[in-house]
Design a protein around this ligand. Structure first.
Ligand code: ATP
Length: 420
């Protein structure tokens, strides 16, 4: 008996299909021929800034326990046949890759995966590494998918979450989904925080429903297989469900974040936890994006709460120069740190100047340039030009603040999962 890991990626396009679905078809067919997978299939999210991603940069893997060498050939045939038949090969950007690996999940395999989650890997590097560890890869077209397929096999699982995915009948692909939204809110009410990020109450947004013509009807995220399965029983839909599958994932684990010790070390297309001070009062740019500069002794970087982060921008607007922050987020196309959450470590005191108070309790008015102040209530005059310095009450407190579920990155850990 031995373990065979199978990784699959880059099978879908913006117009359809989904690698999780292809994976589920393969698993069903393998089961039919008597091959059972060990544990849950894995849906692994990779670097959110990888250039060729279709949507959420997901890759899939699962593990089989096989008895003989003959089984390997049979399994390979089933896997490759389905990937070839079901992938969106006519789309130029779809370049499937499949990896078969027999062996242990070693530390070097784990660090390869972390590299795919935290930085950029070339097809050549993935091929070289596959050869080194004795994995076998299959490329369709450019075969870029082998980068993610191998990463999905080796991804560490010390922190994990689960997603239950319900699939539509093929004849309904591309039509509006018929999900009973009240049942989704009810599910959230009954199962949160064992399930999370499935609705965005404040924005009345249903996060379980995709907005693409893919085979997925809905996906429920949660802490355990039981949590997502129980939640799934509460969801009502008005269309037939083809099948349901539960995936183990690295979603909402913050696995993409690197700890950086200074701003000058930050690189584009990577995600970080970085500390610094706010340099300026945040301002709102065209399109509703809220921006401020974060600085430390080594340099500075613009940080953005983009328009889709909705009410989170209100928090960011309340920051002031000198506030000390820990920022969690990634550096994208525009070389701006795209904020996922912040921890306010220290709030500075801010002051404003006001005309002096009169003995009668009323604030005085200017008596004219260089003439001091006078009270319009009781007529008292003051010759000096000295104003009062008054501390302004800060509208925020120290602590964590996060973007709403509707704007959450797949990998970003919601505060409800941040355990001390
Ligand atoms: P979906 O979420 O709908 O499954 P997707 O967003 O996962 O789509 P893919 O179609 O899988 O997008 O395409 C992503 C491609 O980028 C794959 O070929 C994958 O191997 C590759 N890739 C993933 N991570 C990296 C990385 N860190 N560096 C370079 N390439 C990567």
């Amino acid at each position: 008996m031995f373990d065979l890991y199978i990784g699959i990626d880059d099978t879908d396009s913006k117009d359809g299909m989904c690698t999780t679905y292809i994976c589920s078809v393969i698993i069903d067919e393998l089961k039919y021929f008597g091959y059972n997978i060990k544990g849950y299939p894995r849906l692994i999210r990779l670097n959110p800034f990888a250039r060729f991603k279709t949507r959420g940069n997901g890759a899939l893997s699962f593990k089989l326990i096989l008895k003989s060498e003959k089984d390997i050939e049979k399994v390979k045939k089933i896997v490759l046949k389905n990937v070839e038949e079901l992938s969106e090969l006519e789309d130029e950007r779809t370049n499937p890759g499949v990896v078969f690996y027999r062996g242990e999940i070693t530390e070097e395999l784990k660090s390869y995966s972390l590299k795919a989650i935290r930085s950029i890997i070339s097809i050549e590097d993935a091929q070289r590494f596959s050869d080194e560890i004795g994995a076998e890869y299959f490329k369709l077209k450019k075969g870029r998918g082998i980068i993610g397929a191998l990463a999905a096999i080796g991804c560490p699982n010390n922190d994990k979450t689960y997603e239950l995915i319900a699939y539509r009948m093929p004849e309904n692909y591309g039509t509006p989904r018929k999900i009973d939204y009240d049942s989704v809110f009810q599910m959230n009410k009954l199962t949160y925080p064992d399930t999370f990020d499935n609705v965005d109450g404040e924005n009345g947004y249903i996060a379980i429903e995709p907005h693409t013509p893919c085979p997925i009807l809905y996906g429920i995220r949660g802490e355990s297989p039981e949590a997502v399965e129980n939640a799934g029983k509460i969801i009502k839909v008005n269309e037939p469900v083809e099948k349901i599958m539960v995936f183990e994932t690295n979603q909402h684990t913050d696995m993409h974040l690197l700890k950086a010790d200074k701003i000058s070390n930050l690189e584009q297309f990577k995600c970080y936890i970085i500390e610094g001070s706010v340099q300026n009062f945040p301002f709102t740019r065209e399109g509703g994006h809220v921006i401020f500069i974060l600085e430390d002794d080594s340099g500075e970087i613009p940080c953005a709460a983009y328009e889709p982060t909705k009410e989170f921008r209100e928090t960011v607007r309340k920051l002031a120069p000198g506030d000390k922050l820990r920022v969690f987020g990634g550096i994208g196309e525009k070389r701006t740190l795209n904020i996922e959450k912040i921890e306010i470590l220290e709030l500075v005191k801010i002051y404003e100047t006001q005309n002096p108070l009169c003995e009668c309790g009323k604030r005085m008015k200017s008596a004219g340039r260089g003439k001091g102040f006078k009270c319009i209530k009781c007529g008292v005059k003051l010759r000096e030009e000295i104003k009062d310095t008054i501390e302004v009450k800060r509208e925020i407190k120290e602590g964590f603040y996060e973007v709403p579920p509707s704007a959450r990155r797949h990998l970003s850990k919601p505060l409800v999962r941040l355990k001390p």
